[in-house]
Design a protein around this ligand. Structure first.
Ligand SMILES: [Fe+2]
Length: 345
């Protein structure tokens, strides 16, 4: 195995000029950049977006820019490794904090990337996906999968803020990202499927022969149930933190093709040192406060904060009080590509 590969500068100028003219380049000076030994060399750096900083900026965006001019009033959480303005928090995950004011709507649209939102603040907001009205309450996970028509509305009287998570960077990379718009959808006059078809774990509507299976049968995961499940697990679990994955109730698969969502509960003072994972992650704090060390970066987080971790980072979490987090990660994508990996520390 060669340790030191030849550089471009070692090659004669006339040869370099001839290569440029022919539209080719030598691989060997660049090979370690794209195929480093043993582990990837990520560009992504740990990010921390404190809600106390973001909230006033969002509220001001509401004053400065009417929603018709913004279409989506969002502040993008940019990966520090790529710099402010980067349309991603990690290599594959985009996150943005969105504001919807009372009475505002977002036009019906659909796009190739999949999206999910975690509701951060406010009452009365809702998303309509393919005619199903999904109320948005704090901590809820609401899905708008790729290709599904969706729009947002707000019946309440206070600002509603949510965190959007999309696999947008992946679709931009694939040159496959685009959206279509349409009129607001007619809403079916019934509660969403989390309140009707999938009210309890382990129960699903009786399967009829030849029935067409919905790819996304449940698109809202109410926080009240997630928290109750975590508390029960914590009560009867071992010393590990309580964690639940959000899954498709018909198949047990991840809820979206490339992004996974895991809710975590820490007891006051509890810590966790997960294995090194090949996946990247964005953590959103639903409640509580604590500290997380990501490689050499220490992040002190509070309620409604968001922070990110790059692939194969050394992570240690410690909660100062009882805390609930939702981890958005790209493990489903990496499993589909056949390379998801965990390494013990
Ligand atoms: Fe959307």
């Amino acid at each position: 195995m060669s340790e030191q590969l030849g550089t471009l500068e070692e090659l004669p100028q006339d040869y370099r000029d001839a290569m440029s003219k022919a539209g080719v380049a030598p691989l060997w000076p660049m090979m370690r950049n794209v195929l480093p030994h043993d582990a990837p060399n990520p560009v992504t750096r740990p990010g921390h977006w404190a809600f106390k900083d973001l909230r006033p900026l969002l509220i001001r965006a509401g004053e400065l820019t009417p929603v018709e001019k913004a279409e989506r009033r969002v502040l993008v959480l940019s990966d520090p490794g790529r710099g402010t303005g980067a349309m991603q928090a990690t290599s594959s995950i985009y996150t943005g904090m969105q504001l919807l004011l009372p009475g505002e709507t977002a036009p019906a649209h659909r796009h190739t990337p999949s999206a999910a939102r975690i509701i951060v603040e406010g009452k009365g907001g809702y998303t309509v996906v393919e005619g199903e009205k999904l109320p948005m309450e704090e901590g809820d996970l609401v899905l708008t999968p790729g290709g599904e028509w969706h729009d947002h509305g707000h019946d309440g009287d206070e600002p509603v803020i949510w965190l959007d998570a999309l696999d947008l960077p992946l679709f931009v990379y694939l040159e496959g990202s685009y959206a279509e718009e349409a009129e607001l959808q007619a809403q079916r006059n019934r509660p969403d499927s989390s309140q009707v078809e999938y009210l309890a774990a382990g129960l699903a509507p009786s399967r009829k022969k030849n029935a067409i299976k919905k790819r996304y049968p449940m698109m809202r995961f109410p926080w009240s149930r997630t928290e109750a499940a975590l508390r029960q697990l914590a009560k009867y679990g071992d010393d590990a933190i309580a964690e639940v994955d959000f899954v498709n109730p018909e198949t047990g698969d991840y809820v979206l093709p490339t992004m996974g969502f895991t809710a975590m509960m820490f007891a006051s003072g509890q810590s966790e040192t997960p294995p090194l994972r090949s996946s990247s992650a964005v953590y959103h704090v639903v409640k509580g406060s604590g500290e997380t060390t990501i490689d050499c970066t220490k992040i002190t987080w509070g309620p409604k904060d968001t922070f990110s971790a790059h692939v194969f980072s050394k992570i240690t979490h410690k909660a100062n009080e009882e805390a609930f987090l939702v981890r958005v990660h790209d493990k489903p994508l990496q499993e589909k590509l056949g390379y998801y990996e965990e390494r013990q520390r």
